[in-house]
Design a protein. Structure first.
Length: 396
């Protein structure tokens, strides 16, 4: 999996830096091109000569190369890499990464990296369990960094406990597993719907809901990160398109979302229906703003919108997978099952508005995924990015 891959090996100043030499050798042996970026403190533990001999590239440490004045572009490096692994990641480097303190080449490169980032913490046990380190690790996890947990054992301080950098062989396994997963949807085309729909009452008012689009965009981003070509049909949200091969089609109403999905679905391998589609729209949309002074009391007549998921369920081929969501407040499981059958879905992702960590607008979600075959799996509350990964692992 690592053959021909570009990997940045970031080394910060801890005694475990001696193990980075072995990590570098393993990465090179596996066929990866490795660029070492080392902090000034890292050079106190391991020499650039050793690292450049093994990597076959000059080691980068400073913003400028002293004798030539050449600028080392962290932006170009960040774009070059398929993955960045920071091993060892000291408490100081983790804190700088979590807070964006870009005062050395390693952290600046991290901030510019478009690629997947792994960090293997290494420090004394008390530093590792300090609430400040724990907070920084939580921030980095939420930012999408994969932390390779330190092992328990004998530490440089003479104490024994958790803080030893994980062995290089294990670090390579984690990177390889990620590379494997990141190619798992290569060649697949996936439709994702996200966000709310707005059903206009007049030129200034609409019926809508609280969907922010975060869950759907996380799914689109995760599918793209795994190599899929994604068509994201999005209701009105204020989120940027995630990185990767994602074509966004912006729609406003359920009718527009319905038309876009019917058009796109035949070319897709799967569709994930995460949008919170309004079930009703006003029968008539006024051309001009309705004035309270002249209109007085009004009654809105609402007509049902098309059921987009059910329309796709009616035309799907045996090769296509259709995944729906169920947002419930009562009888959650029974309602989700009934939607799964009624809409002819292959899977349904149940989230409940009764759960404080799930639902609209939150950065987290807590889901149970139910398959048409009867198999099901419940996941604990996690960031929507990690929930997206769980859903994809279970369904695609
Ligand atoms: O966007 P966020 O703020 O991150 O919030 C995420 C979410 C709560 C919106 C998301 O996790 C979620 O639950 N989405 C589905 C919301 C919903 O409309 O659920 P439902 O149970 O009403 O609909 C069931 C399924 O049918 C859904 O897949 C829905 O997309 C689809 N549907 C519903 C109505 C309709 N007219 N057409 C549809 O296709």
């Amino acid at each position: 999996m690592l053959k021909g891959k570009h990997i940045i090996l970031g080394i910060s100043g801890g005694i475990a830096a001696y193990k980075s030499v072995h990590l570098l050798r393993l990465l090179r042996k596996a066929g990866a091109e490795v660029q070492v970026v080392i902090t000034p403190a890292g050079k106190e533990f391991i020499t650039p000569v050793t690292l450049s001999s093994l990597s076959g590239k000059p080691v980068i440490s400073e913003f400028f190369t002293a004798n030539t004045g050449q600028w080392n572009s962290h932006v170009d490096l960040g774009l070059w890499a398929d993955a960045m692994v920071i091993a060892p990641a000291t408490a100081c480097t983790l804190a700088k990464m979590a807070t964006g303190v870009a005062d050395n080449m390693l952290v600046t490169t991290y901030l510019s990296a478009k690629a997947k980032v792994f960090a293997a913490p290494a420090m004394d046990l008390d530093m590792y369990r300090h609430p400040s380190t724990a907070r920084n690790l939580d921030t980095l996890r939420a930012d999408g960094v994969t932390l390779i947990e330190p092992a328990e054992g004998y530490l440089a301080s003479g104490l024994t406990g958790k803080g030893r950098m994980e062995e290089p062989e294990e670090i390579v396994k984690v990177i390889e597993a990620w590379m494997d997963a990141s190619a798992s949807l290569k060649g697949k085309k996936i439709l994702v719907t996200a966000g709310p729909t707005h059903e206009n009452i007049d030129p200034v008012r609409f019926i809508g809901n609280y969907s922010s689009g975060k869950m759907g965009y996380a799914l689109a981003g995760e599918c793209a990160a795994r190599g899929a070509e994604v068509c994201l049909v999005s209701g009105p949200v204020s989120l940027p398109v995630p990185d990767g091969d994602i074509r966004r089609i912006e729609v406003t109403s359920a009718a527009e979302m319905h038309a876009a999905c019917l058009r796109e679905f035949p070319g897709m391998d799967a569709a994930i229906m995460c949008a919170a589609v309004a079930d009703y729209a006003p029968a008539v949309c006024s051309d001009s703003k309705i004035k309270r002074e002249t209109t007085g009391e009004i009654t809105l007549r609402l007509v049902p919108n098309p059921d987009i998921a059910a329309s796709l369920g009616a035309i799907k081929t045996p090769e296509q997978k259709l995944i729906g969501f169920a947002l419930e407040t009562d009888n959650e499981h029974a309602n989700a099952l009934s939607k799964l059958r009624r809409k002819n879905l292959d899977f349904i992702v149940l989230n409940s508005l009764r759960d404080p960590l799930a639902g609209f607008g939150k950065d987290t979600n807590k889901v149970t995924v139910i398959a048409a075959t009867g198999e099901e799996k419940s996941f604990p509350a996690k960031s929507k990015t990690l929930v997206a990964a769980d859903i994809i692992d279970f369904t695609l």
